[in-house]
Ligand binder design. Sequence first.
Ligand code: GDP
Ligand code: IMO
Ligand code: MG
Length: 428
Amino acid sequence: MPALVLLGAQWGDEGKGKATDLLGGSVDYVVRYQGGNNAGHTVVVGDQKYALHLLPSGILSPGCTPVIGNGVVVDPAVLLSELSGLNERGVDTSKLLISGNAHLITPYNITVDKVTERFLGKRKIGTTGRGIGPTYADKINRTGIRVQDLFDESILLQKVEAALDFKNQVLAKLYNHRAVVAEQVVEEMLGYADQIKGYVADTTLILNDAIDEGKVVLFEGGQGTLLDVDHGTYPFVTSSNPTAGGACTGAGVGPTKINRVIGILKAYTTRVGAGPFPTELFDEDGEALRTIGGERGVTTGRDRRCGWFDAVIARYATRVNGLTDFFLTKLDVLTGWEQIPVCVAYEVDGKRVEELPHNQSDFHHAKPVYEMLPGWSEDITKAKTFAELPKNAQAYVKALEDMSGAPISAIGVGPGRDETIQINSFLD
Ligand code: GDP
Ligand code: IMO
Ligand code: MG
């Protein structure tokens, strides 16, 4: 089983970090293929808790080589501080590989992210403010700065000047912001170059060779399917492709090389930032999910919006990603509810719809159609097999599986590495 993709099936924060870390011990390479330090992945190993933003979660597994692929946007300051933070805690980060083609988040990309959001006012996206969107915009505009540019001072200056020519006009004239000085940006970026140089490699070549040699390569998505710039709830999305196809473009491997696509699926739903969310709760159930589930953003500290499980979204994730498996997380959070509502379809303009509405306005006013499933009160955090789960918890999992269109191959019953029920191996 050489190549697997592991991605978020909802709006992010499904527990991808934990799932990746769990597999890390059996995997040779873990590759981030999109996004940047907008991600926040919490991994709990024994009594140690790690919050990773840019680095692949596989970095915590000693045998595993972590890779930052060409599709990622890299804030060099964040990269170096995350590395030194891990080093201080005794984690060996020396194996890290970074694609020279990955784009760099520059200070002016962060400025543009913040001023754009401010000027959007109540129409803002609620971004993480990390410069992600403006950096991808520069990439597509062909005015981006890549990791490899750090090692050629004159090219770097030319590129930064070219990028700032237009941006400074906009910043000064439209946003009333002081102009950014190219030389200062270059000086700051060059200050990172020496520390980053040793990690830079032709990651596409290395990963394709590894797959051909039968090594196990895991592509770890950031964000989630509904935050995908093409397939998500546009414009309330991130600016990259967390969906499975993004692993191919963001790491330089062909689709024929990918054997398995695992969707990480929370047993209920959360979202951070603005945008439609049909099953969102504004009552004490929503508050209880937030409190029991610890639903607070790892990156921005914002409270996550919470709601019941939405099977329409899960089916959609199965379709656009070609999911072969689900990893259902946070089932333990649902312990204690007498009945658990599950959204099985939407009502749009009086009509029942089973699939995600193609039209944005329809999705914005879709009403969830709920089915009530019986809950359980027993503690499930110690369960190691499916059979050890209470009957109603088993039935809940089975119902979700039937509605979602792919087998549930693992179940999370707690944040720890070992708090997992494995039903089918991901590595067969
Ligand atoms: P990611 O962005 O997808 O990696 O997810 P986050 O780390 O942002 O959020 C998931 C949170 O749920 C983290 O605090 C995890 O430690 C925690 N978590 C993951 N799986 C489980 C689980 O099965 N049960 C519980 N209670 N917590 C979990
Ligand atoms: P992980 O990997 C949840 C959301 C932001 C905002 C939108 C755009 O931890 O699941 P951006 O800064 O990317 O331009 O913001 O996307 N967002 C996330 N929400 N989890 C994430 O990452 C997210 N990364 C971005 O809240 O709504
Ligand atoms: Mg997260």
